[in-house]
Design a binder for this molecule. Structure first.
Ligand SMILES: NC(=O)c1ccc[n+]([C@@H]2O[C@H](COP(=O)([O-])OP(=O)(O)OC[C@H]3O[C@@H](n4cnc5c(N)ncnc54)[C@H](O)[C@@H]3O)[C@@H](O)[C@H]2O)c1
Length: 261
């Protein structure tokens, strides 16, 4: 079937597109004919994505912008033509247990991972509402449902993003704009690469996933592309877990005599 996705000629903004899942999503969308604007606060990372796009002859432009800077984001958005797709992937983590965490770290994570996603939705969704269609895709995490000790505000930020996405779906549904979140499990990206440098971690993490390996950015990006397309026209307010089965494992973590093995 030719052009099953029907995305050719659409326009997208992808945040956090200098690295990892955002970069993978920008490239995957561009490969199916979407005109992509890649946003990232890291100039060097953004340049890498643009180099990759140029080398593969893919239609990606870049805008250096920090999603926590409302004024800069508004200026950048004002310079862009209206888009059909917004992918929110810019994210950070700050380590700390909840009782000891510096509140500045708590606020910093929420400012990017939660309020940053809302800021971009407020910049780019109104034009979608006006035109009667569009797709908002927010990268959440399985951490939204499974707390990670010592990860500060990260799980709370992702849980809030999943709910924010549902509320956007409810509020914007009548205008034809869809909003969904994607919850990756373990993904090897620059954000997590340092874990995999420690002895044996890559093997142990691969073995912990029923599918037998941690994810690559493109495993997540393919789901983003589907949600961006009209093939997902009746999907809104959903959270799609993309974790190779990792989050199914709870009942297997305790002994159950007579049933083990
Ligand atoms: N890697 C994983 O295992 C994993 C799992 C679940 C969810 N996620 C989520 O996926 C998203 C992407 O993560 P990743 O692993 O690709 O991380 P990454 O660090 O490789 O990429 C994140 C990008 O976001 C950019 N960024 C950070 N703060 C920004 C800001 N204020 N303004 C603009 N750009 C900013 C960074 O410069 C970077 O290029 C994040 O929201 C993350 O929480 C990652």
């Amino acid at each position: 079937m030719s052009d099953w996705l029907g995305l050719s000629g659409r326009r997208a903004v992808v945040t956090g597109a200098g690295s990892g899942i955002g970069q993978g999503s920008a490239l995957a969308l561009a490969r199916v004919g979407v005109q992509v604007v890649a946003i990232d606060r890291d100039d060097a990372a953004l340049a890498t994505t643009l180099d990759m796009a140029r080398a593969a002859d893919l239609p990606i432009d870049g805008v250096a912008c920090d999603v926590t800077d409302s004024a800069a984001l508004s200026r950048s958005a004002a310079d862009l033509a209206a888009v059909d797709i917004l992918v929110n992937a810019a994210g950070i983590g700050r380590a700390g247990s909840l009782l000891d965490l510096d509140l500045e770290d708590w606020e910093a994570v929420l400012a990017v991972n939660l309020t940053g996603y809302l800021r971009t939705a407020r910049e780019f969704a109104p034009a979608m509402v006006e035109r009667g269609g569009g797709s908002l895709i927010h990268i959440a995490s399985i951490s939204a449902r499974h707390p990670q000790p010592g990860s500060g505000a990260y799980s709370a930020s992702k849980s809030a993003v999943a709910m924010m996405s549902q509320q956007l779906a409810y509020e914007l549904g009548p205008s034809g704009v869809r909003s969904n979140s994607v919850s990756p499990g373990l993904v090897r990206t620059p954000m997590t690469e340092s874990y995999y440098q420690a002895d044996g971690v890559a093997q142990r993490r691969d073995a912990a996933v029923p599918i037998g390996r941690v994810a690559r950015a493109d495993d997540i990006a393919d789901v983003v592309v589907f949600l961006a397309s009209d093939r997902a026209r009746y999907v809104t307010g959903a959270d799609i877990t993309v974790d190779g089965g990792f989050s199914t494992r709870l009942m297997g973590t305790v002994p159950r005599p007579g049933f083990d093995g």
